[in-house]
Design a protein around this ligand. Structure first.
Ligand code: 5CA
Length: 402
């Protein structure tokens, strides 16, 4: 922590952040959305146009430049993207559009807490859809809904979409995506059938009607504490799962709220100017680093899902400086690198016990330990994080990891 709610990213955490970012990017690209990059510093005028400048309150960090012009550090980007849209898109023929960025936001939260889970400066994927009418906007919303299910599942998480209030963003349709974790901020009540869902089993063609998938994923009961009413719960006690969860994403459909206020119109097929229908969609990329840890740990430390682990393998030289151990380690490390397997090599002059404990703590999916006894017998020790140790040859270890 560099200042309250403001973080620097050190090597291991930064690698995880980049892995998460890349999964988010791939899943966004798969929906046909296009990546852009908008400034973090925004002019106050755009927010005066939308009417949110005064409403947003103290969470917005307001800045004045040397010419006394009002600026702010963006807490979200509806205004900027609407301005970009109105300057560049004029015809219904150029719709639909879906633009995303992965960038820093700042919200001056009263109580930043739980580390990167509720920061003031945080990394978010935000995207914005533009459609000619409500029906097509609904399809854009559904695309994001389905894409989010896949995105979180690829990170080893079980996402539960829940109806939500749209708060400061506004609008009339909104879902939060919650992942289960014991230390989550909100209490979650849901049908225990949620625990058996698997979003990666979905066959998706984003051009098809996605409403049936959305309906299927919203028919099971799920609510956070502010919406759950024990008196009127549709699930009987035996099938009700009660736990805690973390909000890792939020999607909104708000129609013409910003396009009317800011004059973002296109000409329709009759040549008439109509305001575009919009939605916005957020994923808490830096929050996910914390959320994935909270959902995946045991008494010895973190248990990273392989898709987001900072490295796939931790290679421990249990007797650094011993020629035989050094040779086996260095060859294995070079071979892993050559094969494109990300490996962390612990060659410090530390006791074996310390190395094992720290390797468990950082939670890489695989561990390989090379010690003098094994080297003499032609073996190394391999184990999955949390699994059993096995003694095999260095070549077999390499084969298993590639
Ligand atoms: N403009 C909309 C969508 S682009 C928006 O800003 N939505 S949001 O406010 O719900 O934020 C999107 C996601 O960012 C949240 O679901 C959450 O996962 C993450 N997030 C929000 N506030 C913070 C924070 N203070 N620290 C870390 N992550 C946050």
């Amino acid at each position: 922590q560099t200042a309250a709610g403001i973080y620097s990213w050190l090597p291991l955490g930064y690698r995880v952040l980049k892995k998460i970012e890349q999964i988010v990017r791939e899943e966004m690209d798969a929906t046909g959305a296009q990546e852009i990059l908008m400034p973090t510093i925004q002019p106050a005028e755009l927010w005066q146009e939308s009417g949110r400048y005064d409403d947003y309150g103290k969470e917005m960090l307001r800045i004045t430049d040397r010419h006394e012009r009002g600026l702010l550090y963006g807490p979200t980007h509806e205004e900027i993207v609407t301005d970009i849209f109105r300057n560049s898109v004029k015809s219904y023929r150029d719709l639909p559009q879906n633009l995303y960025q992965i960038h820093w936001k700042f919200r001056d939260e009263v109580r930043p807490r739980f580390g990167v889970m509720r920061g003031r400066e945080f990394f978010m994927k935000d995207n914005y859809s533009f459609d000619i009418d409500a029906e097509s906007a609904r399809h854009s919303y559904n695309k994001m809904f389905v894409s989010y299910l896949r995105t979180y599942a690829r990170m080893g998480l079980k996402p539960i979409p829940m109806q939500a209030d749209s708060g400061a963003i506004g609008g009339d349709m909104s879902h939060e995506f919650i992942v289960l974790a014991n230390t989550g901020e909100s209490a979650v009540y849901c049908d225990s059938a949620w625990l058996d869902t698997d979003a990666l089993a979905l066959e998706i063609d984003f051009e098809n009607d996605l409403q049936p998938i959305v309906d299927k994923w919203t028919e099971l009961y799920a609510a956070t504490d502010d919406k759950h009413d024990p008196e009127n719960c549709p699930i009987d006690a035996a099938n009700l799962f009660t736990g805690r969860g973390i909000e890792v994403g939020h999607i909104f459909y708000f129609g013409t709220k910003y396009s009317v206020a800011m004059g973002a119109t296109v000409s329709d097929d009759q040549g008439k100017d109509v305001p575009v229908e919009m939605g916005s969609y957020g994923i808490g990329v830096s929050r996910l680093v914390g959320a994935i840890i909270e959902a995946n740990y045991d008494e010895n430390g973190i248990v990273w899902p392989e898709s987001v682990a900072p490295f796939k393998v931790g290679l421990m030289n249990l007797r650094s400086g011993d020629d035989a151990c050094d040779t086996v380690c260095e060859k294995l490390y070079a071979d892993l690198n050559k094969a494109g397997v990300e490996a962390l090599y612990d060659e410090r002059d530390e006791r074996a016990g310390v190395k094992f404990a720290e390797m468990d703590l950082i939670g890489l999916p695989w561990q390989v330990a090379v010690g003098p006894r094994g080297v003499k017998a032609g073996t190394v020790e391999i184990k999955r994080r949390g699994g059993e140790r096995e003694e095999i040859s260095a070549e077999s270890a390499l084969a298993r990891l590639v």
